[in-house]
Every structure is written in structure tokens, then in C-alpha cells.
Write a protein that binds this ligand. Structure first.
Ligand SMILES: Nc1nc2c(c(=O)[nH]1)N(C=O)[C@@H](CNc1ccc(C(=O)N[C@@H](CCC(=O)O)C(=O)O)cc1)CN2
Ligand SMILES: Nc1ncnc2c1ncn2[C@@H]1O[C@H](COP(=O)(O)OP(=O)(O)OP(=O)(O)O)[C@@H](O)[C@H]1O
Length: 189
């Protein structure tokens, strides 16, 4: 397929899923706790206490994982959140705690006003995914660059099951995920 067609397909898919997500408020209210439960189960099975778990602060109509952040702290993990740099650069992660001051960054993202910390595990937000572990995000290429930088790091994509598509169009740089966690299942690729 021509490069220009892949970019157009990504753009169309992104718009379709953004719309679907904006119409899923009720579903999110009902099923976010199941999503969080599956994430916690996965982390308990693959991370050690005190590990730094990189989560994300909700954007637009994304899954709101804020209750998860508190749960992880209670379980003695450390929690980090990404700060969005200028395009073309990987994300940096900053230690979060329930009392930390949050700052607004690029594209309305929020990050803690704390020092940089290196995560042991990264939860990756998704706009769409397929069963092969391909993901589509907001289109900044931030997580592709970040996972390339921390090569070999333990990570998992997070999405609702309705965000699954048959095949996500991919480019050379796209990073395939080893695990995708939804409210219905934990998919091992
Ligand atoms: N919760 C969350 N945090 C995250 C991400 C994410 O997907 N979810 N990111 C994943 O990479 C990074 C932020 N990446 C982003 C890249 C592009 C746009 C963007 O283009 N947003 C608007 C345009 C807004 C504007 O230009 O001001 C858009 O959707 O049209 C947003 C976020 C880091 N933090
Ligand atoms: N490691 C990389 N090196 C150079 N360019 C990259 C890299 N990763 C992604 N890109 C480029 O960045 C652009 C955006 O990538 P893509 O559409 O995959 O973003 P995304 O995965 O949806 O976004 P995000 O990771 O921020 O959620 C693409 O044109 C892609 O070619």
C-alpha cells in the first residue's frame, strides 16, 4: 500500500474511533472498574512492589484510570505519568502521588510537576488496536518513540473492547504491543 494511503487510513480510523469513544460515556461509566480490575491483575502478576508503573491521565473521552493510580499507591507501587515534549521526542515520566501538583502541558495533557523517573512498566493508551498488537494513538508518534527508547521494557496497551478493529494500518516505526488489556480480557499476543 502507498504511504499516503496508510496515513489516510490511519486518519479515517482515528476519526471514526474518536467519534465512537465520544458516544460511549455510559459504557465507560459501567465498565471502567472492570478495565481497572484487569490492569491490576496483570500488574500484580508481572511487576514487583516498588516498581514504577507509568499510567496516563485521561484526555478527552479516554478511559479514566485515576482510581487505578490510587489503588497502585495503596499496593506499594510507584506511579508515574507522562509529560508531552515537542513533536519528534519521546515522553518523559514524572513521579505522581495523590498530593502532587498537576500542570497542564501540550495538547491539554496533564503531568506532575516533579523530577523525571524511569518506569519499569508502561501502560499505553490506545485509540484502536488489533489482535496482532498493532495500535493507533493520537498520531503524535510519542509512544512509538518512547517504547523504542526503553527497548525491552514491560508494557501493555489499554483500551475498551469496542476499540478493536480487524487490522490497524501500520508503518515502519509502529511498535507492536505484547499485551492488550480490555474490560473483557487480557490479550497476550
Ligand atoms: N491520556 C493520554 N495521555 C497521553 C497520550 C494519550 O494518548 N493519552 N499521548 C499519546 O501519545 C501523549 C500525548 N499525545 C498527543 C498527541 C496528539 C494530540 C492531538 O493532536 N490532539 C488534538 C489536537 C489538539 C491541539 O492541537 O491542540 C486532536 O486530537 O485533534 C494529543 C495528544 C502523552 N500523553
Ligand atoms: N520511532 C520513530 N522514529 C521516527 N518517526 C516515527 C517514529 N515513530 C513514529 N514516527 C512517526 O510519527 C508519526 C505519527 O505516528 P503514529 O501515527 O504511529 O502515531 P500514534 O502511535 O498514533 O501516536 P501516539 O504514539 O502519540 O499515541 C508517523 O508519521 C510516524 O512515521
Amino acid at each position: 500500500m502507498l504511504m499516503i494511503d496508510i496515513l489516510q487510513e490511519k486518519c479515517d480510523l482515528r476519526n471514526r474511533l474518536k467519534l465512537l469513544r465520544s458516544q460511549s460515556d455510559q459504557y465507560h461509566k459501567q465498565y471502567t472498574s472492570f478495565l481497572i480490575q484487569n490492569i491490576v491483575e496483570f500488574i500484580h502478576n508481572s511487576c514487583a512492589t516498588k516498581d514504577v508503573i507509568a499510567c496516563f491521565w485521561p484526555l478527552d473521552n479516554e478511559a479514566d484510570l485515576r482510581p487505578l493510580l490510587h489503588q497502585l499507591i495503596q499496593c506499594n507501587y510507584q506511579v508515574a505519568l507522562p509529560k508531552t515534549p515537542t513533536k519528534g521526542n519521546p515522553l518523559s515520566f514524572h513521579l505522581w502521588s495523590p498530593t502532587v501538583t498537576m500542570q497542564e502541558g501540550r495538547y491539554k495533557t496533564m503531568h506532575p510537576n516533579t523530577d523525571i523517573i524511569e518506569p519499569n512498566f508502561i501502560l499505553v493508551p490506545l485509540m484502536a488496536f488489533d489482535r496482532c498488537g498493532n495500535r493507533l494513538g493520537y498520531g503524535g508518534g510519542y509512544y512509538d518513540r518512547t517504547l523504542q527508547q526503553f527497548s525491552g521494557i514491560n508494557c501493555a496497551g489499554v483500551a475498551f473492547s469496542y476499540q478493536e478493529v480487524t487490522q490497524v494500518p501500520t508503518e515502519r516505526f509502529d511498535f507492536g504491543l505484547p499485551v492488550i488489556i480490555t474490560e473483557q480480557e487480557i490479550i497476550y499476543i
